[in-house]
Write a protein that binds this ligand. Structure first.
Ligand SMILES: *Cc1c(COP(=O)(O)O)cnc(C)c1O
Length: 404
């Protein structure tokens, strides 16, 4: 039997990074603000803004830092209520705690997306929302933007897993006021750690630039994307000089060069990731125990992992399925069943009393998560699909198919 591939290894960093990194090693010029211009972090910002079609980008130490700075950039008062989907990573509510705001959790459905009825019901009294496109699943951005625009509530997009995703032809991360991306190793662009925020709002990015650690007049090295007028940005930066705390969440030149070398790879990673996902999704749909929720009509996804729900099974059978898949060489995590999972909202005990969110909880108890990196070949993907189907049969096949 051919074993399924290792899905945890990263892709090698493109060769183009080697020369740049060696130059940095030789010069020791790792701080983004030392060079008079064109430091690698500045170039990364400009290239990323170009790629996304926005005016401004600010590279920082993580997506969590970008989310925190986005909240600070919006000048939310202490104790402001910030709504997020209850299906997200613990770093997202943590960024709200870090910004001295209060977390409001919104229900998510079996399709992993925001439950719009709950979202609309909880919107009054909320001062900002962070739309976490968890695992790259896009919630209905038309409905969300309409509701938030009508209520005057700013939208931050947590697009950590959505680089390359389109909504009705628009790039995810450019629809809300601010979009945040991650360069942590499990994301589409891997610099170990790192993140970037993008926006067309000069005032917001000026505040974020200063708070990220552009002390004294280092902000003078920030510009609008190449070819765009920087006057609004400079005015805003002058306005905020000395008025904001410095949180020092900068990115180093070394990480920037590692990330820059991967930007030309992004279109291939998007296309191959989508091909791999759609192949496995269509194959495992043959199993009566597996449901892969459909994407929304306006969405063109860029997945690097696969989520699916087990249907008509108990907790014990779900656990047994995880074990059977592991025995066949595929590691599946069920968000709500693995202990201390950082994506299960009831483990966010730092929030204090947690609400009862039955829809999200039910989804997390049956939603299976498996990595599916873009570098896999279709044959390797087919092995993964075979293992998942066989694991479901191992556990449920005999008991249920011929049962009562
Ligand atoms: C990875 C991730 C984050 C955190 O990104 P870091 O760069 O590790 O801080 C936030 N939100 C989502 C949806 C993520 O997948």
């Amino acid at each position: 039997m051919t074993l399924p591939p290792n899905v945890y290894d990263a892709e090698p960093i493109p060769e183009a990074a080697r020369e740049k990194v060696e130059a940095l090693l030789a010069s020791g010029d790792l701080f983004r603000y030392t060079a008079p211009e064109n430091a690698p972090v500045t170039l990364l910002e400009s290239e990323f803004a170009e790629m996304m079609g926005v005016r401004y980008a600010l590279a920082v130490s993580s997506c969590s830092a970008a989310l925190f700075l986005s909240l600070k950039a919006l000048a939310l008062p202490r104790g402001a209520r910030v709504m997020i989907p209850a299906f997200t990573f613990a770093a997202v509510p943590s960024s709200i705690v870090h910004a001295d705001c209060d977390v409001v959790l919104c229900e998510c459905g079996a399709d992993y997306r925001i439950d719009l009825a709950d979202f609309r019901a909880k919107l009054p009294g909320v001062q900002a929302v962070i739309i976490s496109h968890m695992r790259g699943h896009t919630s209905d951005m038309d409905a969300i933007m309409a509701a938030c625009d009508a209520a005057g509530v700013p939208v931050i997009e947590d697009a950590a897993h959505s680089l390359g995703t389109l909504w009705d032809g628009r790039k995810i991360g450019t629809i809300g006021q601010i979009g945040c991306f991650s360069f942590q190793s499990y994301k589409m662009v891997n610099s170990g750690e790192g993140g970037i925020l993008i926006t067309n709002d000069a005032d917001a990015v000026a505040r974020a630039i200063i708070m990220s650690g552009a002390y004294e007049h280092m902000w003078k090295k920030h510009k609008a994307r190449h070819g765009e007028n920087s006057r609004d940005l400079i005015d805003a930066l002058e306005r905020w000089q000395n008025k904001l705390p410095l949180y020092n969440l900068r990115l180093s030149n070394l990480s920037a060069e590692i990330a820059r070398a991967q930007l030309p790879e992004v279109p291939r990673r998007i296309a191959d990731g989508r091909r791999n996902h759609d192949l496995v999704a269509s194959l495992i749909a043959a199993s009566p125990w597996i449901d892969v929720p459909a994407k929304l009509a306006a969405e063109v996804r860029a997945p690097d992992s696969l989520q699916f729900n087990l249907v008509g099974v108990s907790d014990d059978e779900t656990r047994a399925f995880q074990d059977a898949a592991a025995a066949r060489g595929v590691k599946v995590q069920v968000f709500g069943l693995s202990s201390d999972n950082a994506r299960a909202f009831w483990n966010w005990q730092f929030l204090g009393t947690l609400p009862d969110l039955p829809k999200t909880r039910a989804m997390l108890m049956r939603a299976c998560d498996t990595r599916l990196p873009a570098r896999l070949t279709p044959d390797q993907c087919a092995l993964i699909a075979d293992a998942l189907i066989a694991a479901a049969d191992d556990v449920m096949g005999e008991v249920k198919a011929y049962g009562t």
